[in-house]
Write a protein that binds this ligand. Structure first.
Ligand code: PLP
Length: 468
């Protein structure tokens, strides 16, 4: 039995994920099915760490939820043999870098031994540690090559022992997602250096994508294979572009999430566009043995007891950070069973349409500027816009206060960022409840209110000046 606990939430004020008008960060919402399942998870308080098929179906439900996700995202379950739920995209990025670290150093050891014939007591990072494995491979540098990474990737670099300063921008320019292939190859070919290429599939300020189609990612794969590099894709929210089908208005967006099958590991969030309650992310990797080389929880006989011979599901504790874990798979399972591909496609299309009508409003408003500049040039409503609208006020004084003035309305909530060295505002759409027609009126009302109260203050200032 689940006791219902009534918690009153004022949906007009700071209801965060409960409100269709909360556009801060990329917070996501929670579908009714996911909310109910989440309460059941709390009520049963099942710990999902070991595959014990004769005693619990929890790991089976979790794996089914992961398979449903793979299916929704058009990824092949046999390719992504290492799959697990995490606490979020930050944790998934950590898993990706740790698996990548193991792989690139293993490869470097092999290459070093075959080239030099010298084997300085090889070993792996998992068993012998980073220092020993790097010595065996003659590695002096580990670098993460990327464009416009999410801040959590730098955090993951610190945790992985690379250091935040190992991140190298290989973009054609600053604030560009596009990779300069020449710079990339120069970095990859450095002596005594191993690399992970980290692609941003859905950049957090703009919602835009690093690559635009399969051939681009395939080319990166060939390049990385030449130098033994790992490809990790941070697709925290961008991965959901794969839910879209053949609608031409989404061609650009869909192309941004193509080619994931060429990656070694993929990060994604469920508590964002899948709209399940916090916290829930997921991680896919094509190398399940490698993952266990990193995360295996060794020598605990009581944990490997009775895993039901021939287990096809790897116990989650061997492929992720935690041992004890919440039953995160259930809300995902429930919401995917409840709404399916069609339901999720409809929710996402509503969200994209809303982002695009807001972008159009901003683009045509004389006091506002839609960002980044190339989207504005591309005629506003932008076939490129996914779920984030980045903009600023043209008046620098107002722009500095825009986010706080918008949020002071308590009608909508937006978050701020920096773009081109100046403040900018972000409307990040990620809630299933969004309704383009209804919500555009509210957003327009708030922004126009802020603009007119600002120009009122200005004209008052002016008349005071004139009087003096
Ligand atoms: C949100 C986000 C993250 C971090 O995700 P958490 O779920 O907060 O850990 C990482 N990368 C991208 C692209 C994101 O949008």
């Amino acid at each position: 039995m689940v006791d219902a606990i009534d918690i009153e939430i004022d949906h007009d004020r700071n209801a965060s994920s409960g409100s269709a008008n909360y556009y801060g960060y990329i917070t996501g919402g929670a579908t009714p099915a996911a909310r109910v399942a989440n309460s059941i998870v709390s009520a049963y308080d099942q710990n999902v760490q070991i595959h014990l098929p004769e005693q619990s179906i929890a790991t089976i439900v979790e794996d089914n939820a992961l398979r449903l996700l793979l299916d929704l995202l058009r990824l092949d379950a046999s390719t992504w043999s290492c799959r697990t739920f995490t606490t979020g995209a930050t944790a998934s990025n950590i898993l990706g870098l740790l698996c990548g670290r193991e792989h690139i150093i293993n490869e470097a050891i092999k290459r070093h031994v075959s080239r030099s014939g010298v084997c300085n007591g090889a070993g792996t990072v998992g068993e012998n540690g980073l220092l020993s494995a790097c010595r065996a491979a003659n590695i002096e540098n580990i670098q993460i090559l990327t464009t416009m990474p999410h801040s959590s990737l730098l955090k993951a670099c610190s945790i992985a022992g690379f250091g935040r300063s190992c991140v190298i921008d290989v973009g054609v320019s600053k604030e560009s997602l596009e990779i300069d292939l020449g710079i990339l190859e120069d970095c990859l070919k450095r002596e005594n250096t191993v690399s992970i290429l980290a692609l941003s599939c859905g950049e957090v300020n703009t919602g835009l994508f690093t690559t635009h189609g399969v051939t681009e990612v395939e080319r990166l794969r060939v390049l990385c294979d030449n130098y033994g590099a790992w490809i990790h894709i941070d697709a925290a929210f961008g991965v959901f572009a794969r839910v879209l089908e053949n609608e031409p208005e989404f061609d650009r967006v869909r192309a941004g999430a193509e080619g994931l099958e060429f990656a070694d590991s993929i990060t994604a969030d469920a508590h964002k566009l899948l709209n399940v309650p916090y916290d829930c992310g997921f991680f896919f990797c094509r190398h399940v043995d490698l993952s266990q080389q990193v995360f295996r929880n060794p020598n605990a006989a009581y944990l490997s007891f009775n895993t039901g011979g021939g287990a096809t599901i790897v116990s989650p504790l061997h492929i992720g950070i935690e041992n004890s874990r919440r039953f995160r798979g259930l809300p995902v399972y429930a919401t995917l069973m409840a709404y399916g591909r069609q339901g999720y496609k409809e929710m996402l299309i509503r969200q994209i349409h809303f982002a695009r009508v807001v972008a159009t409003f901003i683009h045509h408003h004389p006091a506002l500027e839609l960002l980044p500049e190339h989207i504005a040039q591309g005629n506003g409503a932008g076939k490129e816009i996914f779920v984030i609208v980045l903009f600023r006020a043209k008046d620098p004084g107002l722009n500095a206060e825009l986010v706080s003035r918008i949020n002071a309305s308590a009608q909508i909530y937006v978050s701020g960022t920096m773009w081109g060295g100046k403040p900018a505002s972000r409307i990040a759409v990620s809630n299933w409840q969004v309704d383009p027609q209804r919500d555009l009126g509210r957003v327009r009302g708030v922004i126009e209110g802020v603009l007119s109260s600002w120009s009122d203050t200005r004209s008052t200032d002016l008349s005071v000046d004139q009087v003096l």
